[in-house]
Design a protein around this ligand. Structure first.
Ligand code: PGA
Length: 253
């Protein structure tokens, strides 16, 4: 049974003290996650341990890194390996966010390697995909996203691909305040699921959580999450405000 997930992506925001306050404020607010639901916090590397400590013992709540190296270990100055992350209890990693693709030249091949490193160590990759505005305007988003999935995920076994969380994030909706309509999100996420069903089978496709990301906020989360193929959201800006993100958690199906 696939999970419904509210994932916060703090990006490169907040000082340590602000981060402590945000997580404490959030945890003090009322939310209930059943076993079908999860909240995940993708936070800057220096805050992972602090957030992990705050979340210890809580059910269905996890800390995530925003990136990891495609290398196992060694002389890669400035990189952080999955092994390093796991040694402080981090078992979820956002892979291939559009900002990493755009500003740090991460391509589908490199992301396939990062997905592999996660899965071979039993960590959960939250794999991001999504098209830029020019592609949406040409109505070529389906083919664009299909290629991202093909090149980064379809080498996986049927068993392994079910361990990936997919986040569909149209780049034109990230941080712009311009949300895809819930119908646009549903259409392409149904397409993604159908592609996976064709590549693998229906049972595999139905077992994979597909999140929507791009200007999700408290006021639109319920409507977006109500769509059949939207299993929650990856949330940037609105995850920096405790009440906003708590409402988003409480909007999960
Ligand atoms: P946003 O960011 O919610 O601020 O649009 C989403 C994301 O980049 O994951």
């Amino acid at each position: 049974m696939r999970k419904q997930i509210a994932a916060a992506n703090w990006k490169m925001n907040l000082t340590y003290q602000q981060a402590e306050k945000l997580i404490d404020d959030l945890l003090a607010l009322p939310h209930q996650l059943n076993d079908n639901q999860q909240a995940i916090f993708a936070v800057p590397f220096p805050y992972l341990q602090m957030v992990a400590n705050r979340l210890a013992g809580k059910q269905n709540v996890f800390v995530a890194a925003q990136n990891c190296s495609n290398k196992k270990s060694g002389a890669y100055t400035g990189e952080t390996s999955l092994e390093i992350l796991q040694s402080i209890g981090v078992n979820h990693v956002v892979i291939g966010h559009s900002e990493r693709r755009e500003y740090f030249n991460e391509n589908n091949q490199l992301l396939a390697e990062k997905v592999d490193i996660c899965l071979s160590n039993n960590a959960t990759p939250i794999f991001c995909c999504g098209e830029p505005l020019s592609v949406r305007e040409a109505n070529e988003q389906d083919a664009f996203v299909a290629k991202q999935l093909q090149e980064s995920l379809y080498h996986l076994s049927a068993e392994d691909i079910q361990k990936v969380v997919i986040a569909y994030e149209p780049i034109w909706a990230i941080g712009t305040g311009k949300t895809a309509t819930s119908q646009q999100a549903q259409d392409i996420q149904a397409f993604i699921r159908k592609q996976i069903a064709t590549q693998y089978n229906d049972a595999v496709a139905n077992n994979i959580s597909i999140l929507y990301g791009g200007s999700v906020k408290a006021s639109n989360a319920k409507e977006i999450f109500s769509q059949a193929d939207v299993d929650g959201g990856l949330v940037g800006g609105a995850s920096l405000i405790a009440e906003e993100f708590n409402t988003i958690i409480n909007s999960l199906k």
